[in-house]
Design a protein around this ligand. Structure first.
Ligand code: LRH
Ligand code: MN
Length: 433
């Protein structure tokens, strides 16, 4: 196998040298500021170092829309090159040691070889994702009118078999969870019988649930519309929650931030699922209108902070059945996917650390005393605290880059990959257009 360029640790250390002086200064200043609030900055650095989020294998290739996709240079052409790029992201930001795969886009010829390739880069595999929203070449039954809820039993059986296949591949790769998102729904009133369709969903999901190993979890992902534009079978958290309850203790509800109508109070949905012990975790991204899959924290950073405020409150109060899986699920149409995923990883750690800055006793007091402005200002004080020095120190102490984007650009990684990865005619790395 030809040599593959990688950013080495000495280059990162070299780049960090240039940035260390200003970081020390800013860190010292923030230390004093937080000490006045009786906050130990070192505790926050440890929390930043411990934060983990998985990157989506389909996120390292350039995304697109139904109108067009503008491929970048040095695009990954197969799962190994996708893992190379995931390894580079992890090397620089240190908070992304896991990759979430999508089958069949990432179906490995040799699972052991793939697992070894990943672990050589410090990577493991997070939740698997099935795909019954596209027809594969030579597929017997089409998913045009649905998959797990299709009126035709043979089509439902085909979709169930695919999900069980994903679980078996995941077992060989060391994954411990399986995410089921289906696009099933209708484009016209009358096209679907709403109750019969949901019954078929549960019937199919019970077969998939039965195939789950004991130590696995199943994540149900709801979405209010698209690709169906009139009705969607698993359209909201309530339906997802009902199904998770019906299926059993290994079934949970996954919250993709872009899967809600504009202005829906997602942090409240998160609080509900935490209270009900059914929060699977997240597909983090951001959006302004529909399921735009934009970079996390790029459009509504305060909402992201409020979501982490609920998560940290649950963590500190030891909420039962609370171990959420964090994953990014984004589509990078106009940026270098590696830069966007690094920046998004950093924004999640930022929201997490800011949420740990909230004075929870004072907040509870303001809530119990019906003092809304005091409550809001307590949250705003945490949200408006620039914790960048904490995040940079945490990356540096974990062997990463103080400034991941600058270090990545200075490395020339993308240009090197453009040389190493000549476009294979007519073969684009499979994934989201
Ligand atoms: C659906 C979704 C789902 C994935 C797909 C890539 O919109 O969020 O999580 O399977 O994107
Ligand atoms: Mn998603």
């Amino acid at each position: 196998m030809a040599t593959h360029f990688e950013i080495d640790n000495s280059f990162i250390a070299e780049q960090n040298e240039k940035a260390h002086a200003w970081l020390e200064e800013d860190y010292e200043h923030l230390t004093k500021k937080l000490r006045r609030q009786n906050v130990d900055i070192e505790d926050l650095v440890k929390r930043a170092e411990a934060f983990r989020v998985a990157v989506p294998s389909w996120g390292v290739g350039t995304g697109g829309t139904r109108f067009a996709r503008f491929p970048g240079t040095g695009e990954p052409r197969d799962i190994y090159e996708k893992l190379e790029d995931c390894g580079t992201i992890f090397k620089l930001v240190r908070s992304t040691p896991a990759v979430s795969l999508h089958i069949p886009w990432d179906k490995p010829d040799d699972a052991t070889q793939l697992r070894d390739f990943a672990s050589a880069r410090g990577l493991s595999f997070d939740a698997m994702n099935s795909n019954t929203f596209q027809d594969q070449p030579g597929q017997e039954h089409s998913y045009k009118f649905g998959s797990l809820t299709h009126p035709d039993k043979a089509t439902r059986d085909q979709a169930v078999a695919h999900n069980i296949d994903c679980i078996q591949i995941g077992q060989a790769l060391g994954s411990k969870a399986h995410t089921v998102w289906i696009g099933d729904g209708g484009n016209f009133p009358g096209q679907q019988h709403f109750r019969r369709t949901l019954e078929r969903y549960l019937e199919s999901m019970r077969e998939i649930y039965a195939a789950l190993p004991n130590d696995w979890r199943m994540f149900i992902e709801h979405k209010f519309y698209e690709p169906a534009f009139y009705s969607t079978v698993i359209n909201d958290w309530g339906t997802s929650y009902y199904c998770a309850r019906e299926l059993g203790p290994k079934a949970f509800c996954l919250v993709d931030l872009g899967h809600h109508a504009p202005n829906v109070n997602i942090e409240m949905i998160v609080a509900r699922l935490i209270q009900f012990g059914k929060l699977a975790g997240f597909h983090f991204n951001d959006s302004k209108y529909g399921d735009d899959d934009l970079d996390s924290g790029s459009i509504k950073p305060f909402q992201l902070f409020l979501i982490f405020n609920e998560l940290v409150e649950a963590e500190l109060s030891h909420a039962p059945n609370f171990s959420p899986a964090y994953m990014l699920d984004q589509s990078h149409n106009v940026t270098d996917p590696i830069e966007s995923l690094m920046m998004s990883g950093v924004e999640l750690v930022r929201a997490h650390v800011q949420a740990h800055l909230v004075d929870r006793d004072a907040l509870t007091e303001a809530q119990e005393k019906c003092d809304p402005l005091q409550a809001l200002s307590i949250l705003k004080q945490a949200f408006t605290t620039d914790v960048s020095p904490i995040l940079a120190i945490a990356r540096e102490r974990s062997g990463g880059a103080i400034d991941p984007i600058d270090t990545y650009r200075a490395s020339g990684y993308r240009q090197r990959k453009a040389e190493e990865r000549p476009v294979r005619k007519g073969v684009a790395a499979s994934g989201i257009v």
